[in-house]
Unconditional design. Structure first.
Length: 240
């Protein structure tokens, strides 16, 4: 694997920060100064500032994100982050994003290729949200949400929408623009009061209280890894 990916797997730094370490000459591979295009093979010795480092095991975590936490590894405003809630020796980072006030299912991993794949639009990872909104939406508003809503960054793809209560909706999306559910609901006249992601890539929060997490079972990892590509009509899977 490429040297920056190896350093990320070792928990040393993000890939971008690893590039800076490499450019600064602080990384050596088999005694030679590492380069940005250096590849690390099995048996190679990698050192940072003279200390040998090794790749960590791959870890996959499902977190029940609580309200008020930021979906990032570090926050300049020093708000609590989702990474701080996960107590593992491996360094894991969130796949996609949830707004600070949005709760629910969030996947974290140090498997860079998988995280990149899940974020790629062609896979259209399924995300299910429960939205409490202002006032009771009409049938016409629900039809608009399901058919696609015109936003400033273009029309949304069709979604599955059903009522959970007078002012509660469930929306199943296969794309993930920034603050998409909130913007969709506001566009039809029903701003979101509270938003919760109940399912991500087939993973549910059963048995997980807010702020708690668990590692995925091997069978769950296999399912996530084998997600098929969606048809061209569906797109997006980054921030929720």
């Amino acid at each position: 694997m490429r040297l920056n990916a190896f350093l990320a797997r070792a928990g040393i730094a993000s890939r971008r920060a690893a590039d800076e370490l490499i450019k600064a000459g602080r990384v050596r591979v088999n005694g030679e100064r590492g380069q940005l295009n250096t590849f690390v093979a099995r048996g190679d010795r990698v050192e940072v500032d003279g200390e040998e480092v090794a790749a960590q095991r791959l870890a996959y975590v499902l977190l029940h994100k609580p309200r008020g936490t930021v979906t990032t590894a570090r926050d300049p405003q020093r708000r609590p982050t989702v990474v701080e809630l996960v107590d593992l020796p491996e360094r894991v980072v969130p796949v996609g994003r949830l707004d600070v006030d949005t709760t629910g299912a969030l996947l974290l991993t140090n498997d860079g290729p998988l995280a990149h794949r899940l974020a790629h639009p062609r896979y259209g990872v399924e995300k299910v949200y429960e939205a409490e909104v202002e006032r009771e939406p009409s049938d016409a508003a629900i039809v608009r949400l399901a058919a696609g809503v015109e936003l400033e960054d273009g029309r949304t793809a069709p979604a599955d929408v059903r009522r959970l209560g007078p002012s509660r909706l469930e929306l199943t999306l296969h794309e993930g623009r920034n603050r998409q559910v909130r913007r969709m609901c506001e566009a039809v006249g029903h701003p979101v009061v509270h938003l919760h992601r109940s399912r991500y890539a087939g993973l549910t929060l059963e048995g997980l209280e807010p702020g708690h997490w668990r590692e995925l079972e091997p069978s769950e990892v296999d399912v996530v890894r084998s997600l098929p590509e969606q048809s061209p009509g569906r797109s997006g899977s980054a921030p929720g």
